[in-house]
Design a protein around this ligand. Structure first.
Ligand code: AMP
Length: 273
């Protein structure tokens, strides 16, 4: 596995090749969710590039940028053992200069739900993803459905800017008890981890109600909120794939989302119906 620390170094390794390139952008502290993206990229492409970059511009003041988990040695091993060809591992100065042009999230879809809880977050996400996609120039890029709004905005950015990259949505990988894997789960104490299961339980309740024939968003949300009660809930939302609120669930075009704080840790989860 080659480790590249700057855009020019990475291009030096890729420019001579005309093979398909699969790209998995991450912030490191890799877990089995990340690995499923890497393994799929490995199956579908000639060359696999993974980036590890904790992007400062997507963290708001007071968020966990300085304590975001960093696991350099373990991450390198996981990449190597997963068959990654090139690990892109830049520092902040290799990615950002002073007084830069930035990408701005769309007015509505970028500022509801996650965008409302974390104003400016998606500007930072889109800016760094634009940079990374321009550096790597992949055939396919893999993103998790767990970050549903992020996935939707990145897909939209590639369409709006006529970028010739296939964005591949990947299923959320969960622990056996339902907890969605997240790098931030390491912040949870064992009692908080139990509490965190309420997110996936609430989503399970939504799917059960749908299976019983109830498609009413207001009733489903009320039932989910009941399960989530002890947590500090930021939002429960039922939207279509364009992130427009739905009064009724439409099978094949619905995402049920939840964001809540468990202790000091902010968690998100969702289910695509
Ligand atoms: P992150 O390192 O948290 O920025 O995540 C990097 C990529 O992995 C993003 O596309 C995430 O949506 C995806 N991802 C994170 N957690 C999971 C999971 N549990 N299952 C599948 N993909 C995930």
């Amino acid at each position: 596995m080659i480790i590249a620390r700057s855009a020019s170094e990475l291009r030096g390794f890729l420019d001579t090749k005309t093979l398909s390139v699969g790209f998995v952008p991450t912030m490191g502290a890799l877990h089995i969710g990340h690995r499923s993206l890497i393994e799929t990229a490995r199956k579908e492409n000639d060359i696999v590039v993974v980036s590890i970059f904790v992007n400062p511009t997507q963290f708001l003041a007071g968020e966990d940028l300085s304590k975001y988990p960093r696991r350099e040695e373990a991450d390198f091993k996981i990449c190597e053992l997963s068959g990654v060809d090139i690990l892109f591992y830049p520092d902040v100065s290799a990615m950002y200069g002073a007084d830069e042009v930035r990408i701005t999230a769309p007015d509505v879809r970028g500022f509801i739900l996650e965008g409302s809880s974390r104003p400016g977050h998606f500007d930072g996400v889109l800016t760094v993803v634009m940079k990374l996609l321009n550096i790597v120039r992949p055939s396919r890029a893999y993103f998790g459905k767990k970050d549903a709004q992020q996935l939707s905005l990145i897909t939209q950015m590639c369409e709006n800017f006529f970028m010739n990259i296939e964005i591949i949505p990947m299923e959320t990988v969960r622990e056996n008890d339902g907890l969605a894997l997240s790098s931030r789960n390491v912040y949870l104490s064992s009692s908080e981890r139990q509490e965190a299961l309420k997110l996936s339980s609430a989503l399970k309740r939504a799917t059960e109600m749908l299976m019983q024939g109830n498609t009413k968003s207001s009733e489903i949300k009320a039932s989910m909120e009941h399960i989530l009660v002890p947590l500090n809930v930021e939002y429960v939302a039922i939207v279509n794939r364009k992130f427009e609120a739905l009064d009724e669930i439409v099978i094949g075009n619905t995402i049920v989302l939840v964001a809540a704080r468990v202790g000091m840790t902010r968690l998100i989860d969702n289910v695509w119906l």
